[in-house]
Write a protein that binds this ligand. Structure first.
Ligand code: ATP
Ligand code: MG
Length: 436
């Protein structure tokens, strides 16, 4: 999904390049003030004061205050915040449905705030689609007609419309329902029609405002998965609004947290969890299931002893003695991880007078995982691995190890006020004997 050059090989709209970052959409110092004396409101807010204090006595509401960010092509950028924090107002300025009070919005390098209404409509048709919370389907039109609606507005001939709409329905798994009316469909299916409509339009950017919030949890999860799959395939740029933290963490490549009109932090789920910008964000993320977000990379430690397979048993014995451990991690050509050698085997190699560790290295006592394995998925590996689990990068190089005790303490830190989220798993790990 995240391609290095931001393309998928297909024909693609040009993107703007600013300060060396390729971005699909750029927002700079964006403000939206409702009410009167907007200029005075902006002036008072500019120094960073909380909005209630800054606007006291002014007949104005500050919905978005000094927002700046860039969205990369192919990224899912989530905007998260409590009700009234300014999310919808922000997203509506991104496609020109609302005119900003101050600041700049650029899509593919085009400054939206200077466009005339006709040019804005064209941009919405060609570059940015929006998926709403309440489906907004037309009840007397069939599913395929609803899916092709944007194309109808764009003046495409009927046959082309149907073909593209059918393609989009296939992507969301609704081909069989094409000729039904919306009321034949469940809520989840209707929302997929909404998604199909945005996909049929063929725009690079999708704006989704609480698109899944009306769905019940299981359906919601399914459609989240579907969105992630589609995203992996199509590489759209998606700006997704939600007040649900778990949804944000599941979908977002990066997340912007809004509070009282301001963006208070932008980062990956992991960055926001491990390094919240302030108490507000920390409280917001306090009850998320961290074991799903934290990865092997964030809990691993530096391996104590790593030796090349060509090292001799004497070197290994010295290393073991110095580090007071009983296992060395062994790497081969290109630093690829080969396995572990225990104290006993080092002694055997010494007795047998072997020149190097080759022949004594084993993968039996150590499990390997990739850096992006979630902590939740590490339990079984940790329980089954006699030596601390080896963490490998994309080239099978050893980048860290996870002793059981490290995993357990990461788990404890993840849930300060309650028992570990999965006590059974924690006990399973703890019971499996001492870490090597
Ligand atoms: N047209 C408007 N006129 C006046 N004030 C508005 C208008 N639209 C929004 N607001 C105010 O701006 C602030 C931000 O509203 P917005 O709808 O953007 O929040 P939100 O984060 O989308 O909330 P929710 O999660 O409830 O959808 C709120 O205080 C709201 O009352
Ligand atoms: Mg809203």
């Amino acid at each position: 999904m995240r391609r290095e050059d931001g393309t998928d090989g297909a024909v693609r709209q040009p993107v703007s390049v600013e300060r060396g970052i390729v971005s699909a959409l750029t927002v700079q110092s964006l403000y939206k003030i409702f009410g009167r004396r907007a200029d005075e409101a902006v002036r008072r807010l500019a120094d960073g004061r909380p909005r209630a204090e800054a606007l006291a006595g002014l007949p104005a509401t500050a919905a978005v205050i000094d927002a700046s960010f860039e969205v990369r092509p192919g990224e899912i950028f989530v905007v998260m915040g409590l009700s009234g924090s300014g999310k919808s107002t922000l997203i509506r300025m991104l496609n020109g449905l609302l005119r900003p009070t101050r600041g700049s919005v650029r899509v593919d390098g085009v400054e939206l705030t200077t466009l005339k209404p006709a040019a804005l409509r064209k941009l919405r048709r060609e570059k940015i689609s929006m998926v709403f919370q309440h489906f907004a389907l037309m009840p007397h039109r069939t599913v395929v007609e609803n899916a092709g609606y944007a194309l109808e507005v764009a003046g495409l001939p009927r046959a082309d419309r149907r073909e593209r709409a059918m393609d989009a329905l296939r992507m969301v798994g609704l081909t069989e329902w094409a000729d039904n009316l919306p009321h034949d469909l469940s809520g989840g299916m209707r929302q997929r029609v909404g998604l199909a409509r945005a996909l049929a339009a063929g725009t690079e950017i999708l704006l989704m405002d609480e698109a899944f919030s009306a769905l019940d949890p299981l359906i919601r999860r399914e459609i989240q998965d579907q969105l992630l799959e589609l995203q992996a395939e199509l590489g759209k740029t998606i700006i997704f609004i939600t007040h649900d933290l778990n949804e944000a963490m599941r979908l977002g490549d990066r997340i912007a947290v809004m509070r009282d009109g301001r963006i208070v932090q932008i980062g990956t789920a992991e960055e926001i969890l491990t390094d919240p910008a302030n108490d507000y964000v920390a409280q917001f993320v306090a009850d998320v299931d961290r074991t799903r977000i934290l990865t092997a990379a964030s809990v691993m430690e530096k391996p104590q002893q790593v030796l090349d397979v060509n090292a001799g048993p004497r070197v290994a014995a010295k290393a073991l003695r110095e580090s007071q451990t009983s296992v060395v991690y062994v790497t081969g050509p290109m630093k690829k991880f080969l396995g572990t050698v225990t104290e006993d085997e080092v002694l055997r190699a010494l007795r047998e007078g072997r020149p190097h560790l080759d022949g004594y290295v084993s993968t039996e006592r150590v499990r390997t995982v990739t850096a992006d394995t979630s902590v939740a998925d590490l339990f079984a590996d940790c329980a089954q691995s006699q030596h601390p689990v080896a963490v490998l990068d994309g080239h099978d190089r050893l980048i860290g190890v996870i002793p059981r005790i490290t995993l357990l303490s990461a788990l404890a830190a993840a849930t300060p006020d309650e028992p570990a989220p999965d006590q059974d798993q924690a006990e399973l790990v703890a019971r499996k004997g001492e870490p090597a």
